[in-house]
Write a protein that binds this ligand. Structure first.
Ligand code: GDP
Ligand code: ZN
Length: 317
C-alpha cells in the first residue's frame, strides 16, 4: 500500500492510505538518503510504501520504502550536533505572514526567508496581515513592498485574519495542496488558521524555550486535513523554517532577479560586489533591482552567518 505520513513520534508513524484510513506503522530496513544524516528517516509529508502486519492487529503496518521527496526542510538535531532532523517533506507552499509593526517584520528577515525557501525549492506566498490596523502611509508602504516582491515573481496578498478580509483568497490558494504557515510570533498565524478552519485544534503555541532546552526533546511536525480539500503542516515548538548550508558564491542564485541577470555580468563567477561590468549592479543603478534586496544580499554574504548557514529566524544552531 502507499500512503502519506501525517504524524510521527519517533518510532511510530501515522500513515494515511488512499482509502482514507489511518495506519500506525513502524519502519523496517534502512533509509539512507544521499547527503543527509538525519535522526528521522521518515518525515511528515513523506509518501511511503507499507505493508499491513499480519499478526491480527488492525491498522498496523510496516514501512519498507519512501518515494523520492520533491523537497524537505531540516533543522539541526537537538540531540546530536552533527545530525539533522527532517521537519517535513513534500511541501507545496509556505505562507509567510508579515506585519509592518506589532511585530515588525524587517526586509532582511523576508529576504533571508525567501533565500532559504529558494534553496529548499519551496514556493512562498507573502501574506501581509493586519491590514485593518494600518494608516494610509502604512498601506502605501505595504503596497510598495508587495509590488517589489511581485516584480520578482512572488505572490503577495494583503489580508486581515481578524476581520476575515481576503482570507478566502488564502483558502483558494490552499486547495489541493500541502501548506505551512510561518512568520514571527504575533503576526497572526493562529488567528489566520482559526479563520480558515475554525474547529481545527492545533497547538500552534510554541513550546517554551525552557522546555526545549531543558530536555532532549525533539518536537515533531503534524499534518492536518482541512474541510475544503487542503492540508497544513503544523510544526509546534519549531520556530525556524529550516536551515540551509550554502556557499558564499551560491547565495546570489537564490535571489531570482539577480540570477536572471547573471548572464549579463562580465565574469561568470561574479558575486556582484566590486567586479567590473556587473549586470546586477548596473540594474541596481538603473533602479531595476531594489536597494533593499541588494542590502540584504550584502548582509548575507558578508560572512556574519557562520558558514553561510541560513535560517531567517536567527535561531541558535
Ligand atoms: P501568532 O503568534 O503568529 O500565532 O499570532 P496570533 O494569531 O496569536 O496573533 C497575535 C495577536 O494579533 C492576537 O492578539 C490577534 O488577535 C492579533 N491579530 C492577528 N491577526 C490580526 C489582524 O488581522 N488584525 C488585527 N487587528 N489583529 C490581529
Ligand atoms: Zn555581477
Amino acid at each position: 500500500m502507499i500512503g502519506t505520513v501525517y504524524k510521527s513520534t519517533g518510532s511510530w508513524y501515522t500513515v494515511k492510505a488512499g482509502d482514507g484510513q489511518f495506519y500506525e506503522c513502524r519502519i523496517k530496513g534502512k533509509f539512507r538518503i544521499k547527503g543527509i544524516k538525519s535522526t528521522n528517516p521518515v518525515a511528515v509529508g513523506d509518501q511511503v510504501h507499507f505493508e499491513l502486519e499480519d499478526k491480527g492487529e488492525q491498522n498496523v503496518g510496516v514501512i519498507h520504502s519512501i518515494v523520492d521527496r520533491k523537497n524537505y526542510i531540516i533543522r539541526k538535531s537537538v540531540n546530536l550536533s552533527k545530525q539533522t532532523h527532517i521537519i517535513a517533506a513534500n511541501l507545496d507552499q509556505v505562507f509567510l505572514l508579515i506585519t509592518l509593526n506589532n511585530p515588525t517584520t524587517y526586509t532582511i528577515f523576508i529576504d533571508r526567508f525567501l533565500v532559504t525557501a529558494e534553496a529548499y525549492d519551496i514556493p512562498v506566498v507573502l501574506v501581509f496581515n493586519k491590514i485593518d490596523t494600518y494608516s494610509e502611509e502604512e498601506i502605501d508602504e505595504i503596497k510598495f513592498l508587495a509590488a517589489l516582491y511581485r516584480d520578482i515573481g512572488y505572490t503577495c496578498v494583503g489580508i486581515s485574519a481578524k476581520t476575515g478580509k481576503n482570507v478566502d483568497k488564502i483558502k483558494e490558494m490552499m486547495i489541493g495542496k500541502t501548506s505551512m504557515f510561518s512568520g514571527h510570533s504575533g503576526v497572526g498565524k493562529s488567528t489566520l488558521i482559526n479563520a480558515i478552519e475554525p474547529n481545527l485544534e492545533i497547538k500552534t503555541a510554541e513550546i517554551s524555550q525552557q522546555h526545549l532546552q531543558g530536555q532532549h526533546t525533539t518536537t515533531f511536525a503534524e499534518m492536518f486535513d482541512l474541510s475544503f480539500g487542503a492540508r497544513i503542516i503544523d510544526t509546534p515548538g519549531i520556530k525556524g523554517f529550516g536551515i540551509v548550508d550554502m556557499e558564499r558564491e551560491e547565495i546570489g542564485d537564490y535571489f531570482p532577479e539577480f540570477f536572471n541577470l547573471k548572464h549579463t555580468c562580465k565574469f561568470n563567477n561574479c558575486i556582484h560586489l566590486d567586479e567590473p561590468k556587473c549586470g546586477v549592479k548596473e540594474a541596481l543603478e538603473e533602479g531595476k533591482v531594489s536597494w533593499s534586496r541588494y542590502r540584504s544580499y550584502l548582509q548575507m554574504i558578508s560572512g556574519e552567518e557562520e558558514n553561510y548557514r541560513m535560517d531567517a529566524y536567527g535561531e541558535k544552531k
